[in-house]
Write a protein that binds this ligand. Structure first.
Ligand SMILES: Nc1ncnc2c1ncn2[C@@H]1O[C@H](COP(=O)(O)OP(=O)(O)O)[C@@H](O)[C@H]1O
Ligand SMILES: [Mg+2]
Length: 379
């Protein structure tokens, strides 16, 4: 666990980080995001002691970094820079070997480890071992940069805008891979970016920094849904939530006032209720306070009944041929799973089967079209 506690940092009389407090759990992927000059790089450099902090403390696994030598500390923390930071006059193999040597790995083990590392980042060791950085593409250089950060198997890896200079496709590929490696090798990663899409894609938690202060530190979904202030909201962009249907749940878009009747009411009462409300179905719940959903009655079905049957209880005429979703079912799943042309009304239940609301096709379409409407407004 890494505890950043009330850390401040100035360059001369310019305050660059103000009272930053963030706790990072083991194996978390933290993304630090903020506009250029807000202090992201400075924060990373305080963590690995490339810079001294003025005030506050940084505690890694119970030990203050104030009590550890910088070089010693940096051996245990991987670091990936935007340009890869490889030595241009050394080959890929030599670049990696150098780190292993600094980490006191015995000479005879180093070559095997270099091969292993290159394999890990999907670079064929036989092809690339003897290449110089200038002979590699930007993406390949970053792969080697990542391999180098993993070389001594540190628990913590810091990454400073590692993919910013890459083309979008290579960038997406490397984002996928770094998240996979982080999970597979159980690393704690603190990753700096100024790109919100990258942050949302990779982060377990996002730390939004505005001019050296933490504006919000939370899970991506929370940042999207409940931005802490105007700055975060502006940074996130209003339409971004709607571009991520997996963060929107049924409870976010449902109506919470379903027309419902208890199953001991009659068909006639259901018919009247539908006419009064101008609707073609009523949700039927168990008698009692818990509103367990038992079924649906459709106008169409009631109209087929002759008058004598109008006294029947809803429990005798209800249909169980309907699709429901849970409050926490994501918009993505609803779109994928539910044939909403057929469903008409989609009851929304909590995990105990209680009726909490309903969705209709038009509610789903309006949720889906929000992102486009906002985009148009912003043009
Ligand atoms: N060595 C330095 N001396 C003086 N000012 C600096 C130095 N390094 C960075 N700064 C200033 O500190 C602020 C934060 O810089 P930095 O941490 O690099 O921001 P970011 O990485 O978010 O773009 C910027 O205003 C920058 O100009
Ligand atoms: Mg920076």
């Amino acid at each position: 666990m890494i505890k950043i506690e009330h850390v401040s940092k100035s360059y001369k009389d310019k305050l660059v980080l103000r009272d930053v407090s963030v706790t990072v759990e083991d194996n978390e992927f933290i993304v630090i995001i903020g506009s250029s000059g807000c202090g992201k790089t400075t924060l990373l450099k305080l963590i690995n002691k490339l810079l001294p902090m003025d005030r506050g403390n940084i505690i890694i696994n119970g030990h203050s970094i104030r009590d550890v030598q910088g070089t010693e500390l940096r051996r245990k923390i991987g670091y990936v820079l935007q340009d890869g930071g490889l030595f241009p006059h050394l080959t890929v193999k030599e670049n990696l070997e150098l780190v292993l040597k600094i980490g006191n790995m015995p000479t005879e083990k180093r070559v095997d480890r270099v091969f292993e590392l290159l394999d890990m980042v999907n670079m064929d060791p036989k092809v690339y071992c003897n290449s110089y950085p200038c002979q590699l593409s930007g993406g390949q250089r970053q792969r080697v940069g990542v391999a180098r950060a993993f070389a001594l198997d540190p628990d913590l890896i810091l990454m400073d805008e590692p993919f910013s200079a890459l083309d979008p496709l290579t960038r997406e590929e490397l984002q996928d891979e770094i998240v996979k490696l982080q999970k597979e090798y159980k690393k704690t990663v603190i990753f700096v970016t100024h790109d919100m899409d990258e942050a949302i894609k990779c982060a377990d938690k996002i730390c939004v920094i505005e001019e050296g202060r933490v504006a919000q530190f939370d899970q991506p979904e929370e940042i999207l849904k409940h931005p802490a202030d105007d700055y975060v909201e502006k940074f996130v962009g209003r339409n971004r939530l709607w571009g991520n249907p997996s963060y929107i749940h049924a409870s976010d878009i449902m109506s919470t006032k379903p027309v419902q009747l208890s199953k001991d009411r009659t068909a006639l009462q259901a018919l009247q209720t539908m006419r009064k409300n101008g609707i073609n179905s009523v949700l039927v719940t168990a008698a009692g306070p818990r509103k367990i959903l038992e079924g649906v009655v459709w106008l169409e079905d009631l109209q087929k009944l002759d008058d004598r049957k109008m006294a029947l209880r809803l429990s005798e005429v209800l249909s169980v041929d309907y699709r429901f979703v849970f409050e926490d079912t994501t918009l993505q799943e609803i779109i994928d799973r539910i044939d909403y042309d057929r469903s008409g009304i989609i009851p929304v239940l909590n995990r105990r089967g209680e009726l909490k609301g309903f969705l209709t096709k038009s509610m789903l379409l309006s949720a889906l079209s929000k992102r486009y409407r906002h985009e148009e407004e912003e043009l």
